[in-house]
Design a protein around this ligand. Sequence first.
Ligand code: NAD
Ligand code: GLY
Length: 366
Amino acid sequence: MTIIPVALGSRSYDIQIADGLLDRAMDVLAPYIARDRAIVVTDETVATRQLGRLQVSAQAAGVELHTIVLPAGEGTKNWHQLEKLTDQLLSLGVERGDHIIALGGGVIGDLTGFAAAVLKRGCGFVQIPTTLLAQVDSSVGGKTAINSKAGKNLIGAFHQPGFVLIDPSVLDSLPTRELGAGYAEVVKYGLIDDAEFFKWCEANGSDLLAGDRSAQIAAIGHSVAAKARIVAEDETERSGRRALLNLGHTFGHALEAETGFSDTLLHGEAVAAGISLAFAYSARRGLCDAADAERVAAHFETTGLPNGLSAAGVSASGDTLVGHMQHDKKMEGGTLPFLLARGIGQTYLARDVDLSDIAAFLDEAA
Ligand code: NAD
Ligand code: GLY
């Protein structure tokens, strides 16, 4: 069992990781369950695959568990579902001191976290992430949000969970493609500032994706510790440190927008292609060695992830893709900061990027 603290003063919390932890979730969550009842929010798929384990644990602990099941998928992160969810939570008599349980991937975590942030001006919540992406990224750090017509995650709040419970065994029911999408976020931590961890990924990534539990536990622990460190340094993304977690996301966001934020290209797949493009662009500008960019692209190829525009199935022009980037919420006074690399494990925030140069690069990269 691993326990990783997120040090945020009065908002500090622990992340606990252990195989099989979901089966004794209610024992572990006891300090967060104020009464002899709890409310869990999940989606239809997770309800059929993993919810039963939480219910058995609640029954054994004598906790009455109220369940709210939402449709699966990104479309659930909207105003309508937020309204329905908050109404349901209020009708169940949720109190500020309660901790609502979010059992699911990033969609359920982001939506439930946002509901908790606004309900009664702030209720508690705990995260039980069930996708690799949510285990290594979205369940930690307190970014909560829903989407709007104008774009993804544009309506949200920073609201830290009270606890994060990670059980890698839930990944056994996760579709392979979703596992791969989450793996892109694992690789990201190595590329940001930890070249040794990228080497570890090169050696162990394929085993992890094939279901090797010890590789999964090692990757989750390492990723979560990195995220906890970065969030503790820059909780609300003011200093630029937390922005490093967006490596590959600006290019990736343009690819997701071009493919309609659909199952054609999952978020993590867009991140893999976006990271590859960020490294290729850095090499083109002479910031890093071409060999580094090739190594990154080769690793994503080996692990079945897209590593560029054509692999991501995108044939749009550079201007079209840059047009999508201009709707990015990171735009600052007409310019867009980019995460570029001076090498593997040497990512930095560049504010001197000319969008017409990005468009020209994307046309060359097509
Ligand atoms: P998701 O929540 O939609 O889950 C992906 C799919 O896997 C869904 O169909 C879900 O039902 C299914 N699923 C989940 N767990 C399963 C399991 N154990 N077995 C079988 N099926 C399972 O997507 P995601 O990739 O987890 O998260 C993406 C969301 O996360 C996006 O909305 C993104 O904006 C958000 N995100 C947030 C942050 C943050 O810091 N808050 C960071 C990254 C991404
Ligand atoms: N996933 C990016 C962040 O949490 O800041």
